[in-house]
Ligand binder design. Sequence first.
Ligand code: HEC
Ligand code: HEC
Length: 412
Amino acid sequence: MFYTMQYPSLNALFNSLFKSLFKSSLNSLFKYGSLFSLRSLSSLAAAFFISMFISLFVITTAQAQIQKIPSPAPDEKKSSELINAQSGEILFRKKCAVCHGSEGAGGVGIPLNLHDFLSTASDRYLEQTIKTGRPGRIMPAFTTLSDEQIQNIIDYIRSWKSEIKVPEYSQAPILGDIKKGQEIYDSICINCHREKGIGGKGTGVTFSRPRDAEIIAPAIGNPAFLASASDHMIKRIIMTGRESTPMVSAMSMGLKETDVDNVVSYLRSLADIDTTNQTELKTRDDAVLVFESSYSIEETIENLKQAALGYNFRYIREQTLDQGFVDKEQESNEQYLIYFCNFTFLNQALSVDPRIGMFLPFRATIVKKDDTVFVMTVNPDYLCSLFNNDELKQGCDFMSEKYEAMLEESTL
Ligand code: HEC
Ligand code: HEC
């Protein structure tokens, strides 16, 4: 019933997220081009990124040690399928393992190596799921992978349990009674998959930090799920259930085959409704919030501490930006980092997606450049859009407002 959470290639995640963050932060900083000279701009950006780099570097190098991709033995003769599965394995490790675990046991994403999953999921379903993702449910759409690469990933996933016969389904619709299906859904399935199949709270195997947390029920009303799965496949999943997960078989739920047909028709009827309210990701342009202060650097720091208290943040610590890089006497008193934390929000956000720890707690950079003091922080709203999760997005919108208000209060 329970799974152990894994973070097999955290370094891959950090790398990819960091790359996009780095790119867009530079873009957004360059928008200030009319305000600053290019030289001061680049040092401003550099100041911001040095702090990000230190923590990421430590983590990525540590992870890189742990995670080495095994290279194929050169003298072994392989059938073409095996070779495909091997390049699929490399792709899987790069693109999927960070969420689904290197052996598919699940993590932020749900398990992919279960017998009942592999014996009910068609190749078409896997292909469509990889291509379209699950909007608003973290699972990204891999639009840049070629059909061949996707097939290789599928071959690799199949190689975990090569004895299983790959199922194929008719694309014919199942014509059940939608109303009766809804009644069944609202009395049984809703308890885990929530109203209209929006899916369980949180994601994948993990809910918050507990290492043995239950698997989160996927969003089965999600338009991308319904577009990927045929009626007959959904029926088979419900009939079979998934052993060793909370998803039990129809029989165990006390359902007859006609009940299942009705539920399938109800789920299909949800395809027209946008349950994600996030068809396109709404983001603010700026990855970094930058405010110009009308006070001295010391006053600005004091103001920020006061403002943060007013917004229920606890002051953690401050340091010069170059602390640890240079001798104590040489530290610049024109560049500071200051840390605050709102523990309630931190815990809530971590329970939705542990990767949020990348940019929490709240960290502001205060720098003096050409006699002007600037306060900068990462824009949570922007970063959250990279996570593709509606629930997180709401929290981050809220956080961005607070960050902006705090920076404004301390600089005006
Ligand atoms: C950022 C995290 C993340 C990454 C990266 C990711 N997934 Fe997912 N994946 C998820 C989550 C979360 C779900 C469950 C969606 C839900 O809760 O509705 C999921 C669901 C799936 C499903 C549906 C499983 C089922 O039971 O029907 C498949 C298949 C899948 N992912 C394959 C992949 C593959 C292959 C890759 C790499 C190419 C990949 N995923 C990368 C997070 C991720
Ligand atoms: C006790 C909680 C629970 C109940 C009740 C439940 N499910 Fe599930 N369901 C899950 C979980 C958890 C999974 C994911 C299992 C996994 O890891 O593959 C799941 C998976 C599924 C899937 C596969 C989705 C995908 O992305 O692969 C379908 C379809 C589904 N459930 C339909 C139903 C229907 C219809 C009902 C009601 C008749 C129902 N479930 C009742 C917890 C539940």
